[in-house]
Design a protein around this ligand. Structure first.
Ligand code: FAD
Length: 286
């Protein structure tokens, strides 16, 4: 590991100043579960590491026009919070399936989305919750919808001087039920082979609202808007779920890796879209 200077700002303003000054040469560190591995393996070599742990308000959740989750909130807090269970059960379901509890005690939601590995569990759940992210720099603050944030493998819309400060999740509409399915290789604490987040509302025997998003099926998590449209107004039955799965997976370009070939992942994605829709539509009402 190359030597670096460790800086620990006391306020968000100070952190943004430091990023404005050193952005190209700096990395912020939140839980460190991804960054430390990258640094140990010389995959990133920042001259400055900016620790965020003194920014206590970024570890808090507030209810104000949706649930505003500070970027430093850990995945363990999210999986156990009754407030998150009420607003966005999908997010809690996805966090519960990330790695081990030791990782979830350290890993933060802001760190996960900035990391942007395509197989992470939280991005598809956030997309299916209609979440958006507040991104701040000295220049501006902006809001980015979850489905527009990820641009490639480990790539996002973040500029070097920008921080994710909060993740905003609207309250789940009445009548919605959800399922997050993570299809894993051999061990329960691995990254997904494919994952599917589904949120569905049914009224009078017809689907009235659907959100479907997939993870580990390409360079980024993706929202399956065509499948959502196809389901609207249809009966929630196996044939319609299979049509939705076909629409959700037709254009996917999964990456070949140790978890499988692109063809295998595309097939598994279709199988798990059907399963997620079945699970969501038969789950007890919250
Ligand atoms: C053994 C292991 C198993 C794992 N298994 C899974 C799994 O099954 N499912 C899953 O979803 N994930 C898994 N992960 C990944 C884990 O979720 C991420 O490492 C974690 O969420 C990153 O959060 P962090 O707070 O530790 O980020 P850090 O490691 O601190 O930072 C990650 C990156 O984000 C940047 N960053 C951090 N916070 C911000 C911010 N607020 N604004 C802008 N940039 C920021 C950092 O500069 C760095 O580039 C696993 C990780 C490990 C080590």
């Amino acid at each position: 590991m190359k030597p670096f200077s460790y800086l620990e700002p006391d306020s968000l303003d100070e952190a943004l100043d430091l990023l404005g000054r050193h952005g190209d040469d700096a990395k912020v560190i939140a839980g460190g579960t991804a960054l430390v591995n990258f640094m140990k393996n010389d995959l990133v070599e920042p001259r400055f590491v900016i620790g965020l742990r003194r920014l206590k308000h970024l570890q808090a959740m507030t209810e104000d026009n949706g649930l505003r989750i500070g970027a430093l909130t850990t995945l363990r807090t999210l999986e156990t919070s009754p407030t998150v269970a009420g607003y966005a059960p999908l997010l809690a379901q996805a966090c519960r399936l990330v790695a081990t509890v030791r990782i979830r005690m350290m890993a933060t939601l802001g760190g996960a989305i900035a990391y942007a590995d395509p197989a992470l569990d939280t991005p598809p759940a956030l997309m299916a919750c209609d979440a958006s992210f507040t991104v701040q720099s000295r220049r501006e603050a902006r809001t980015v919808p979850a489905y527009q944030f990820f641009t490639g493998i480990l790539e996002t819309v973040l500029a070097p001087d920008e921080l994710v400060t909060e993740i905003v999740v609207p309250r789940q509409p009445t009548g919605c039920r959800t399922a997050y399915i993570k299809f894993l290789p051999a061990t329960h604490d691995d990254y997904a082979t494919v994952s599917v987040a589904a949120r569905v509302a049914v009224a009078d025997g017809k689907v009235v609202d659907a959100r479907i998003a997939l993870g580990a099926v390409g360079a980024t998590a993706v929202r399956a808007a065509a499948a959502e449209e196809l389901l609207a107004g249809k009966e929630p039955n196996a044939a319609n779920f299979r049509d939705a799965a076909q629409a959700a997976t037709a254009d996917l370009e999964p990456l070949k890796d140790i978890r499988g070939s692109p063809d295998y992942k595309r097939k598994m994605a279709a199988v798990h879209v059907v399963r997620a829709l079945q699970a969501a539509t038969t789950a007890p009402h919250p």
